[in-house]
Structure formats: C-alpha cells, structure tokens
Design a protein around this ligand. Structure first.
Ligand code: SIN
Length: 307
C-alpha cells in the first residue's frame, strides 16, 4: 500500500484527489457519490445566500479536449449545505465549502454561516466568470483582499481562495504577497479560463446560450495555462501557502505534472463529468508512476521544478 496522504496544515487528506467545485457536487447524492469514491475529500458546489436556478440552458458544452460552461452558480443556497454537511461527516474526509457573494457584505454573511457549520475548510470563489452583468471579483484586487482579510477574521479553520488565471508575472507576484499577508492556507489554481466560445457550424449557432454564448473554458486545453500559474504562484509563495491545481486533469501523468509544478492537491473538473470512477483510475495510475520512479515520498516531488 502506497501512502498518498497529504495535509493542508493539520487537515489530512488520504490522497490528493478532489473534485473541482461545480462538477458533480450540487445535490446531497452527488456529494455523497464523491465521498464514497476514491476521492480524498470533496469541495461543495459554490453556495450563495439564496437558492439559485442559474443561467438559461444550454449552458454546458463538452468536447474531447475542452468544456465551456456558463452555469451561473445554480445551487440550493448556503442553509441547505450547512444542514446536509453534518450527515456527511461519517465519511471522515475533509468537507470543503465554496462560497460566492454578489456584494462584499454577502461574503461575510456566508462565512459566518459556514463558521457555525461542520465544514472543515472554506474556499472563497472569487473567480466565477458566468454572472451576467458582473465582473470577476479576483480582478479587483483591492476589494478581493479586503474580503479575504475580513473572512480570515471570521473563519478560523482552513481558508483558501479560488482564483482565475492572471496575465502578468508582476500581478501574480503582488497577489502572492497579499495571500501570504492575509494568511490564507491554500489557493485553487485555476477556475475556468473566463472567455471561451464555440460556434456549431452545422446549426450556425453558439453552443451555449447565456452571456452572449461566452463562458468559462475548462478541460485539457487549459492545462498549460494552469501549470504556468501554479509554477509562478509557487515560486512566490515560498512554501507558505498550499496549492490545489485545477485544469485539464485526466490521468495521473497530469497529476504528476501539477505536483512537480507545485500543487499539493489536485481537483478534477471536466473529466469528472464522465463519473466518479476517475478517482480510482487516477489513484491506480499514480501508484504505478510512484513505483516506476521509485519515489519514497510524493511530498518530495511537490514543486520540484523551480523557475
Ligand atoms: C458556474 O456555476 O457558473 C461555475 C462556477 C464557477 O466557475 O465558479
């Protein structure tokens, strides 16, 4: 038996595999499905103060190498998730809440509710690209860090943020320094690439309806973008903040690449649309890589590639 366990501070995960918030984690049954699988923990669907039906259909398009979504945060509302989380404790795996507000104050109300619940950790989603007429919080650095600083005062368990891709090294350096200052425990890199689109040439139509047919791009196609973000953030974090790598993970070679770049855990999004069996597949494959490479402790490989 190979020990794949990893820790975010003192929070133990039996292995580094999580779902990406958004995929197969909205209903009780879906969340339980992930917990019953080989996943090391679960990130819940991003919750808002009120229940939301989300954007109009069609809002998800999946192809071999990419997905485009404009879901618009459909979820049952924070109270529902705070209620069901206690029933899911029995799986003894970390339960991570994900929250998004539409206004600054909503983030604090959400964090207060999560604080009173049985969640083990909180991921602040500052990067949803699919809210019509609203920008991405994380690109407003001043407001984002005000929010994170105040949530840090409210929520004392493990706290992280889910970020979008950034486009300049200097921006990543500045954000990394602020993340260390705010004392986050982890970041998830990255949410979907914000502006993706596809036209079906047979129908001569955009494949998704909301937001002018433009939504978050995920899947294999975004892996090099995400790997670069992990490499850069890891360089600036200097081992102070843990990274969850997200984007285009389909097999254990992808997982290993993220680990070398600096990710401690990884989240699976688009590939999870095919079912939770992916966790078992990736675990078996990763154990094979570990044996072949004669790795004693996977932790030694985290961030091996320095830039
Ligand atoms: C969505 O519900 O629109 C996707 C969630 C996200 O990208 O943060």
């Amino acid at each position: 038996m190979i020990d794949l366990s990893v820790f975010i501070k003192d929070l133990k995960f039996n292995n580094p595999f999580l779902n990406a918030s958004g995929v197969w984690c909205t209903t009780y049954d879906e969340i339980e499905d992930i917990l019953k699988s080989e996943a090391g923990g679960v990130v819940f669907k991003t919750m808002t103060l009120e229940k939301r039906t989300g954007n109009p259909e069609p809002r998800l398009h999946v192809e071999k190498d990419f997905s485009i979504n404009s879901m618009g945060l459909p979820n049952f509302g924070v109270d529902y998730y705070c209620q069901i989380v206690s029933k899911l404790k029995k799986y003894k795996k970390p339960l991570i809440a994900s929250i998004a507000g539409f206004k600054e104050n909503e983030f604090y109300l959400l964090a207060e509710k999560i604080k009173k619940s049985d969640f083990d950790a909180l991921e602040v989603n500052l990067s949803c690209p699919n809210l019509e007429g609203k920008g991405i919080f994380a690109y407003d650095i001043k407001t984002s860090f005000k929010i994170l600083k105040n949530i840090r005062k409210i929520f004392k368990k493990k706290l992280g943020a889910k970020l979008p891709p950034y486009f300049e090294r200097e921006t990543i350096k500045k954000i990394s320094e602020k993340i260390i200052e705010v004392k986050l425990d982890f970041v998830s890199l990255i949410n979907s690439y914000p502006l993706g689109s596809k036209i079906d040439i047979k129908d001569e139509k955009l494949v998704i309806k909301p937001n002018q047919g433009i939504g978050g791009l995920g899947g294999k196609i975004i892996k090099p973008i995400s790997i670069a973000q992990v490499l850069l953030f890891n360089q600036y974090f200097k081992n102070e903040i843990d990274i969850i790598g997200v984007g285009g993970i389909n097999d254990a070679e992808d997982v290993y690449e993220y680990i070398l770049a600096g990710a401690k855990l990884i989240s699976i999004g688009t590939s999870l649309l095919k079912g939770v069996k992916i966790f078992k597949k990736i675990k078996i494959e990763l154990e094979k890589i570990i044996k072949e490479k004669k790795i004693k402790n996977l932790n030694e490989k985290i961030g091996l590639i320095k830039i």
